[in-house]
Write a protein that binds this ligand. Structure first.
Ligand SMILES: [Zn+2]
Ligand SMILES: [Zn+2]
Length: 426
């Protein structure tokens, strides 16, 4: 990936902000596994390396270990059997091994990367990722979702210095994971839509160049939808590039805006609900993809059917909202204080900007049928039942997700607009 080219393109950005990233090297291509040792040496990694993997990722990325040995790296290994969750205990386990190493290499995806990202932040060690599946957009993130006491919160981490992936390995990843990555990327339509809404209504900083960069990458990936279910290296590489770019875009924008909107909040609601009951929450991108189809349909339907609005100030019934969360979640809901949005947004401004918001939804967001077709072609699931969300949880997620998000979403304003979200699901 041409990181320098991306930074060059954003130099003297018309948005007025300076955009930077900490990641120095991103290499996604055929044969990268066999060049890992050389790439990390060139990037200045010291020779004592802690490698964190699981049985499966260590097996598919065997060439990485051979390459590191050939380049003279001394490896300390932490190989999990199957790490489904990134828990505080997992971070502690990595930290305990950090004493006499110069850097950390995570071989894998999601949870493995996240525990290492936090450990690298706490120790100041160099950090690299060798990705084995293009499953979600957190590779380049500097925050990590970590579970403590069955509750997920965002922990401070670091952006990796180096992100590597071999397309021969990515292409062989299970279709479920590749399709999950695809789902996490179609979500960007909604993230950027909500970002533009917040810019219009609250004057929140918006960078069109970062939004364009993200969407170019999404469209390139969509053009390869038919090839995701096969072991196609170009399609798998394109999903991976998009996912890494999306993580970089968050850092460039210093905000999660280019990557997530109402759909991520809906998915997060479902996830917390399941975690608090000890249920497997499904892969991130898989449920985000389903939530994207839903929220895209809702935003599209609202834009089509609601030509004029007469927004009115409202007071949200906090007790009713709290009832939709577990006692452990309520302090977070209080802290986020999304109840304040109807006061922050001027009803007259909302009425004035409504035609423009509608136009963005109609022009920019994909058609429902078109989105469903792309998802199906890519092997991605699209129905709530596919991610074990029943009718009750579906409705709870749609009604109460706004209270999990501290940044403005259009859904925060549905009560002001007199709209019931459930009227727009179909
Ligand atoms: Zn900018
Ligand atoms: Zn995501």
């Amino acid at each position: 990936m041409d990181l320098q080219g991306i930074l060059k393109r954003l130099e003297h950005c018309p948005c007025g902000r300076e955009h930077t990233v900490d990641t120095k090297v991103v290499e996604i291509g055929r044969g990268v596994a066999a060049r890992t040792g050389a790439i990390l040496s060139d990037a200045g990694f010291g020779k004592r390396l802690l490698v964190v993997a699981d049985d499966n990722t260590a097996r598919v990325a065997r060439a990485v270990f051979d390459s590191l040995a050939a380049s003279g790296f001394e490896l300390k290994k932490l190989i999990h059997s199957n790490l489904l969750y990134a828990r505080a205990e997992g971070v502690a386990e990595v930290l305990a091994l950090c004493g006499d190493v110069d850097g950390i290499l995570s071989v894998g995806t999601g949870s493995l990367n996240d525990i290492c990202r936090v450990a690298a932040q706490k120790t100041g060690l160099r950090f690299a990722i060798f990705a084995t599946a293009p499953s979600m957009d957190g590779f380049a993130a500097d925050l990590a979702p970590i579970i403590e006491n069955n509750f997920k919160t965002s922990w401070k981490g670091v952006q990796p210095d180096v992100i590597l992936a071999d397309t021969a390995i990515l292409a062989k990843a299970p279709t479920e994971l590749k399709a999950a990555g695809f789902g996490d990327m179609v979500a960007k339509y909604l993230g950027i839509f909500d970002w533009r809404v917040a810019n219009l209504l609250l004057g929140e900083h918006y960078c069109a160049a970062i939004a364009d960069l993200t969407m170019e990458s999404v469209r390139r990936m969509l053009s390869l939808a038919d090839k995701v279910t096969g072991e196609d290296e170009e399609a798998a590489g394109s999903i991976m590039e998009s996912l890494v770019l999306s993580g970089l875009a968050m850092k460039l924008a210093a905000s999660s805006r280019p990557a997530s909107g109402a759909e991520h909040a809906v998915s997060h609601y479902w996830e917390c609900h399941k975690l608090s009951r000890g249920l497997w929450p499904e892969f991130h991108g898989k449920k985000v993809g389903v939530a994207t189809v839903l929220m895209n349909r809702i935003y599209k339907n609202v834009a089509k059917r609601v030509e004029k609005i007469t927004p009115k100030p409202v007071v949200i019934d906090r007790e009713r909202v709290y009832a939709a969360f577990t006692p452990a979640q309520i302090p977070d809901v209080e802290k986020i204080n999304a109840f304040a949005f109807p006061d922050k947004v001027d009803p007259a401004l909302l009425a004035e900007k409504w035609p423009e918001i509608r136009a963005i939804a109609l022009d920019f967001l994909p058609d429902d049928a078109e989105l469903l077709d792309l998802m199906h072609r890519a092997g991605a699931v699209t129905e709530p039942a596919d991610v074990h969300v029943d009718a009750a949880l579906l409705e709870q997620g749609l009604r109460y997700h706004p209270y999990m998000k501290s940044r403005l979403l259009l859904t925060h304003l549905f009560p002001m607009m007199g709209l019931d979200i459930m009227d727009f699901v179909n």
